[in-house]
Design a protein around this ligand. Structure first.
Ligand code: SF4
Length: 110
């Protein structure tokens, strides 16, 4: 009887563990999907008017004015250090790429 109870507990533990492992990649996919859906579209009128690019290397380097100019080094960027993208006070409700750039770039204070 006690062996049976032990087996049931073990099966339940394994089942819950498998469900937990299966849930992690799904949550990652959902978060990434939400971020991608929220990313600034380079072809939107606002992005085009500011020459926004999600990869600063693809920007007009003459306009860019310096290889150290990225969204992540811009005063208007409020993403966390190390994040791939984050909010920008110009593109409200959307995410800009940390390695992106636009003509409104302003040197981060401090
Ligand atoms: S204002 Fe700054 S953070 Fe926003 S898109 Fe332009 S360079 Fe990036």
């Amino acid at each position: 009887m006690s062996d049976n109870t032990s087996d049931n507990s073990r099966r339940r533990f394994i089942k819950l563990g498998a469900m937990g492992l299966a849930a992690i990649p799904l949550s990652n996919i959902l978060v990434r999907g939400a971020q991608a859906a929220n990313a600034v579209d380079e072809n939107s009128p606002m992005a085009k008017s500011l020459s926004y690019v999600s990869d600063a290397a693809k920007a007009d380097q003459g306009k860019r004015g310096g290889a150290d100019r990225f969204c992540k080094s811009c005063q208007l960027y409020s993403g966390k250090a190390g994040d791939a993208s984050g909010p920008c006070s110009i593109f409200q409700g959307q995410l800009v790429n940390a390695n992106g750039w636009c003509t409104a770039w302003t040197k981060k204070a401090g």
